[in-house]
Ligand binder design. Structure first.
Ligand code: CP3
Length: 377
């Protein structure tokens, strides 16, 4: 396992406050970016979306790069997440899907048996190269430092085995995960093989992204919160740990994010991820205590607070920064993605406030806070 504190890591670590925060190194101020920062709330994205489907945007490097860059520059955030989707690896695995308006993703022939899992391919990850090509463009664009001297961080991403398996098995979104859990509980050979195949494809996919210039990889386990701690440990922890470790071995920090995961945090920490993404249901300091001092955290404003009056929104931003207390390793973000209809001006205000309130404390003070907190933890 890599030692994060001494990890020489990505070449950019010295100049990117986002990457430095992932590694728990001192920063001049708290870095900020947003889950789903390029999305339907943004007029610039909707203008592109008028002429192209979601999958067309994802599969055309010029357009995916443009959407990624426009969002990061419009918001003036510290990191750009590549415009792609969690489900893209399904196609080279032999599983067709589409996005239906109002319904989200639909997999027409869901995976329900060992035979289905056996038929999934793991040798065609190269077909995902369009994502790496888009990253190359984004990396070239953001190569030089910005006016404040900081180089913007570039985030590649993929899904976690459980969350991707849930789309494959349910055939789309779900509230109960009945089909997924049924297969997980009763067809153990199929479940293990599915986890193994997903890890193989995801590592190859992440490797392409890192080689193209991604500084950090975020793993989305959006629906892990549907699992009990016991089930997460029994059915998901091993494969997810393997995924995290194999991506870290590529030389980049890993952010591991899930929703409704307060009870899962200690187990998620065992994957060895450098950063854990916190959702908004847990106070940031409590979440950080649950994962322990050897790990950075990202979060955790409720995305719906972006609809609140200015004074409440400002107070919530301040509260999160206060709970982080200037400790090294906090990345400001939402607890889940920005939703359509969010006022862009409120997102811009949050960026301004983080820049204003998130100024670094003296390193000494930060060290004291850390040791005091380590004693409490
Ligand atoms: O800036 C960004 O973050 C955008 C890039 C991005 C997209 N999907 C584009 C997208 C990212 C990081 C994702 C990840 C993703 N995709 C997740 C994990 C993040 C999370 O929210 O937990 C998940 C679960 C998916 C699967 C998915 N894609 C769903 C369930 C949906 C439909 C739900 C919805 O919001 O409508 C999508 C569609 C999708 N992917 C959109 C975008 C911008 C919206 C649809 C559109 O533009 O037509």
């Amino acid at each position: 396992m890599l030692d994060t504190a001494s990890n020489s890591g990505p070449q950019s670590e010295g100049s990117s406050r986002f990457v430095r925060a992932c590694l728990r190194l001192p920063v001049d101020r708290t870095p900020v970016w947003f889950l789903r920062q390029a999305g339907r709330y943004m007029p610039e994205y909707m203008a592109v979306r008028k002429h192209h489907s979601l999958l067309e945007i994802c599969r055309t490097p010029e357009i995916a790069a443009e959407v990624t860059i426009t969002a990061a520059e419009r918001l003036d955030v510290d990191a750009a997440i590549i415009f792609a989707d969690l489900l893209l690896p399904f196609t080279p695995m032999g599983l067709d899907f589409e996005f239906l308006a109002g319904e989200g993703p639909v997999v027409h022939q869901p995976v329900r048996s060992l035979e289905h899992v056996q038929a999934l391919r793991t040798d065609r990850a190269d077909e995902l190269a369009y994502v790496a090509k888009a990253i190359e463009r984004v990396a070239a664009h953001f190569q030089s430092p910005r006016t404040d001297g900081d180089r913007l961080g570039i985030i590649g991403f993929c899904g976690a085995p459980f969350t991707l398996a849930s789309y494959m098995i349910e055939g789309g979104s779900s509230r109960t995960y009945i089909e997924t859990k049924q297969l997980m509980y009763s067809k153990s050979a199929a479940w293990s093989l599915l986890m193994e195949k997903l890890v193989t494809v995801l590592v190859a996919y992440a490797k392409q992204q890192v080689e193209a210039g991604a500084d950090v990889i975020q793993i989305f386990d959006s629906w892990a919160g549907a699992l009990s701690v016991a089930d997460y440990r029994q059915y998901c922890l091993t494969s997810t740990t393997e995924l995290v470790q194999r991506i870290r071995a590529l030389g980049v920090p890993v952010i591991y994010f899930g929703v409704d995961t307060a009870s899962l945090l200690p187990a998620m920490r065992e994957t060895g991820a450098d950063v854990l993404g916190l959702d908004w249901r847990i106070p940031l300091d409590e979440g950080w205590r649950a994962v322990g001092p050897g790990c950075a955290v990202q979060g955790n404003l409720d995305p719906i607070t972006l609809f609140a009056p200015e004074d409440i929104l400002r107070a919530r931003v301040r509260e999160i920064l206060d709970l982080a207390a200037g400790r090294a390793g906090h990345i400001f973000n939402l607890g889940h993605g920005i939703v359509p209809g969010t006022p862009v001006e409120n997102v811009l205000r949050v960026v301004e406030w983080v820049k204003q309130f998130g100024v670094a404390r003296r390193p000494q003070a930060s060290r004291e806070a850390l040791s005091e907190w380590a004693v409490r933890a």
